[in-house]
Design a protein around this ligand. Structure first.
Ligand SMILES: [Ca+2]
Ligand SMILES: [Ca+2]
Length: 286
């Protein structure tokens, strides 16, 4: 008699609840790191600068006049009608210092307008591919435009630098903390917003936050809080994935004058946590 043995076993089916994305810091510039010298441009392997002092300059400043963070900060000025200044960072592998690009990132920075003059062009605080040109509307995925006249706009969309989807006034000498979340995937991505609340980035989209900030005594704080702009439509980031490789700031090669303070520039890679669950099925027979 033939004996048949069938044994089925579900050995493990363990699932845990969603615990939020994980963050890996790819870039952190407080301008207090080693290698930064007050009165000189900042230093970092992935940094690309353009400046021609004194009309255009990117300069590490000491803590005595820091309105936007702690310790040193950086001042970007552009008083030229024909030249520009830029401070852009390629994202690098922390070990090999080779270029790296990501599909989902969070970009944080603080800024403050130090002069407010006439209406005109704007500094682009934008995101592009590695070695892309943030000054080119066709190459950046989105940007916050920092105008010299006390306003900002947020542009997102695929064509020519996108469409203006948000505008607000900014105050002279006041400080703002910005968080941009970018999703270059063809699928939505859950993330935890700056208030600690679960949120979702649709496929190919960007979310912009300007948070409450508390910078201590004698420092101006502008209270906004909450989600200011959200580009939920597909196409905010152009085709392909893994294309987020550069962030930075660039002023225009026209006038009028700009003078902005920046500090605490940070880029983090966002990843879904590994799913700690497996399902195994065994069939044994003879
Ligand atoms: Ca600092
Ligand atoms: Ca200029």
């Amino acid at each position: 008699m033939k004996k048949i043995r069938l044994m089925m076993a579900v050995l493990l089916a363990a699932f845990s609840g969603y615990a939020g994305e994980t963050e890996e810091v790819l870039l952190s510039m407080t301008f207090d790191e080693g290698g930064q010298t007050v009165g000189y441009p900042p230093s970092y392997p992935g940094l690309l600068l353009a400046q021609t002092p004194p009309l255009t300059a990117v300069t590490v400043m000491d803590s005595s006049a820091n309105k936007v963070g702690t310790g040193n900060w950086v001042e970007l000025i552009d008083a030229s009608d024909s030249d520009f200044a830029k401070m852009e960072y390629n994202l690098l592998d922390p070990v090999t210092l080779q270029l790296q690009s990501q599909s989902v990132i969070r970009w944080d920075f603080t800024f403050s307008p130090l002069i407010v003059s006439g209406a005109g062009a704007a500094i682009q605080a934008g995101v592009a591919k590695a070695n892309g040109n943030i000054g080119s509307g066709a190459q950046r995925f989105c940007s916050m435009r920092l105008y010299d006249n006390g306003t900002i706009r947020f542009y997102a969309g695929a064509a020519s630098g996108g469409a203006n989807i948000y505008s607000m006034a900014i105050g002279l000498g006041k400080a703002y903390k910005v968080s941009m979340f970018l999703n270059d995937l063809y699928e939505s991505f859950p993330y935890v917003d700056p208030n600690g609340v679960s949120a979702v980035l649709p496929a190919k989209s960007v979310a912009l936050w300007i948070e409450d900030v508390s910078l201590g005594a004698n420092k101006s704080v502008y209270r906004v809080g909450g989600l200011l702009a959200f580009a939920g439509a597909a196409g905010s980031i152009s085709g392909g994935t893994n294309d987020l490789g550069r962030i930075g700031f660039v002023s225009p090669d026209v006038g009028p004058s700009f003078d902005f303070a920046f500090d605490d520039i940070k880029v983090s890679k966002l990843s879904r946590p590994a799913t700690p669950g497996t399902l195994s099925l065994y069939l044994l027979g003879d």
